[in-house]
Write a protein that binds this ligand. Structure first.
Ligand code: GLC
Length: 550
């Protein structure tokens, strides 16, 4: 293993309340998750990212906290959480949690105090305007569900700012007390044993909001300061941030102009996500090649986090209108599948028509591209979505463990479940569940286990450098390579449906007994790399050579 754990990690994202319910109240909990750690260890994931775990009115699935120093009592106690950390650590699994400090819930005691009087010690913890701001109806993150970014509060007799829903007032990052408090929150959880944070909405945290100015400056120094603090409290802690901004703006999130990588360790690659979806929709790797070429160079220690699905909609807003239309036509043709005029609220398996070859191809591709792969719970068994639920809840249904009632998620009466389980059609738990797939070595779950283990044998994917292999290949085929201390891997992925043959003989001089390490089927030996057969939607991960120092 290399020096920095997060560069060779496999991150698994889950919501505790929809994962496993141990006490039969219909809500998943820490004890339930502890009971599933062996499953996760077998799958091969090395880091869990837990969606928000704090007390919350849950109007935005926990992204509206009322107490940053506690856990939602529905999930268990702080004691249960500490036990989870211990049990995960025993299995070599790290835990990171969501750090949602752009805003609080409007029910948070800080906001309740702040709105009660201009003299409240918490008044300046939020962002206020005495008069109606001219940009009140600009900058909404949830168009269609959110009408404004400044709302008049009658108790406060002032306007408050909220980048997200109106029940999520923004904290005032310019207030030194707020900065100190955010650091204290990170200290608390690091002290308990988390390995870092998935930082929510970072571009908005550092926004120096002023009424009437929709393009306020950002305070990147706060990120430097926070990184220093976090790293001092726990040397191997990592920050994984959500910063869905244009690629040319990303480098400053990793580090300052000196190029030292002194801010965020890892950023989700939203641009790659949209382009992966485009490439899959068009059966053409062009968009991925562009993404590999266009992504900015990272400072030492900086890392991308790749994903196909997360807990939100797939955001297509950075594609051109033509590109977006192609993706929507293929993967989200019904209006009911779309969200906020920019995205798709579906899981991957149904988008790919539940075509096993296509699903394998998509995930083999994601996991072979540079960066740290992040996998959303349920994707490893090919779960579907429930479009009868509101908004993003469609993709937040309970984990499907078995054939038992409620998919083995909970013993509660179905009407008590935090969200209904999917119990109809080809994605119903009767068809798609862990128990069935555990028994079947050819299942998607079995495939994920093998694929993740293969990835762990090829650390150059995470910590090396990835480039497109620019030689003539048949239409639909992406050839790329990963080079690192441990050697070189070469990858072929056929986004098209035709069987083809690929000539990579120009790489032969570098090869040292090249072999297939992960393929969609048994192919003839790699040989001189000049006649590599590749089936429609097929893939081959080939070890070209091992590092000389190993
Ligand atoms: C992030 C989260 C999303 C949440 C929002 C507000 O974008 O990913 O789920 O609704 O922040 O906190």
């Amino acid at each position: 293993m290399g020096d920095r754990w997060y560069q060779e990690a496999v991150v698994y994202c889950l919501d505790v309340d929809t994962y496993a319910d141990s006490d039969g109240d219909g809500v998943g909990d820490f004890q339930g998750l502890i009971g599933r750690l062996d499953y996760l260890a077998r799958l091969g994931v090395t880091c869990l990212w837990l969606n928000p775990i704090h007390p919350s009115p849950n109007k935005d699935d926990g992204y509206d906290a009322t107490d940053f120093y506690n856990v939602d009592p529905r999930l268990g106690t702080l004691g249960d959480f500490a036990e989870l950390l211990h049990q995960a650590q025993n299995r070599g699994i790290r835990v990171i949690i969501d750090l949602v400090v752009n805003h609080t819930s409007d029910q948070h005691p800080w906001f309740q105090s702040a709105r009660s009087s201009p003299d409240s010690p918490y008044r300046d913890w939020y962002v206020w305007a005495d008069h109606e701001p001219a940009d009140r109806q600009q900058g909404m993150v949830f168009p269609g569900e959110q009408e404004e970014t400044w709302t008049y509060d009658r108790t406060a007799k002032a306007w408050y700012y909220h980048r997200f829903y109106k029940f999520q007032p923004d904290l005032n990052i310019e207030n030194p007390k707020v900065r100190a408090e955010i650091k204290k929150i990170t200290s608390f959880w690091l002290q308990l044993g988390v390995s870092g944070f998935r930082m929510d909405a970072v571009p908005f945290i550092i926004e120096k909001t002023e009424p009437g100015n929709p393009n306020a400056d950002k305070d990147f120094d706060f990120l430097t300061d926070l990184r220093q603090h976090v790293q001092w409290r726990r040397g191997d802690a990592a920050l994984l941030a959500e910063a869905n901004v244009e690629p040319d703006q990303l480098p400053v999130y990793f580090g300052d102009a000196a190029g030292s990588g002194n801010r965020i360790h890892m950023l989700f690659d939203f641009m790659l996500n949209g382009r992966l979806m485009l490439a899959l929709a068009r059966q053409d790797p062009e968009a991925i090649i562009d993404a590999l070429r266009d992504t900015p160079k990272l400072p030492t220690g900086g890392q991308w986090a790749t994903f196909l699905r997360n807990h939100d909609e797939i955001d297509l807003s950075r594609l051109t209108a033509d590109q977006r239309n192609d993706v929507l036509a293929k993967f989200g043709p019904d209006e009911n599948m779309q969200l906020y005029g920019r995205g798709i609220r579906r899981r991957l398996a149904p988008m790919l028509g539940n075509d096993r070859r296509h699903i394998e191809l998509a995930y083999a591709l994601q996991f072979s591209l540079r960066g740290t792969p992040v996998l959303r719970y349920g994707e490893e068994i090919g779960m579907g979505e429930d479009l009868s639920l509101d908004g993003r809840d469609a993709i937040r249904t309970p984990m499907q463990w078995s054939y038992k009632d409620n998919a083995g998620f909970s013993t509660a009466e179905p009407e008590k479940l935090v969200r209904p389980v999917i119990d109809k059609g080809e994605f119903g738990y009767q068809q798609v569940n862990v128990t069935a797939q555990r028994k079947d070595p050819r299942s998607l779950l079995g495939w994920f286990e093998r694929m993740i283990r293969t990835l762990r044998e090829a650390p150059e994917i995470g910590s090396g450098s990835t480039t497109h292999i620019d030689v003539p290949v048949p239409a639909g085929v992406l050839a790329h390579r990963a080079d690192g201390r441990t050697g070189t891997m070469v990858f072929l992925h056929n986004l098209g449906t035709e069987d083809v043959e690929v000539d990579l003989s120009t790489l032969a001089p570098e090869a040292d007994l090249p072999i297939d390490v992960l393929t969609d089927r048994n192919y003839e030996e790699v040989g001189k790399l000049d006649r590599l057969k590749l089936a429609g939607h097929g893939y081959r991960w080939i070890r070209l050579c091992r590092g000389r120092d190993l």
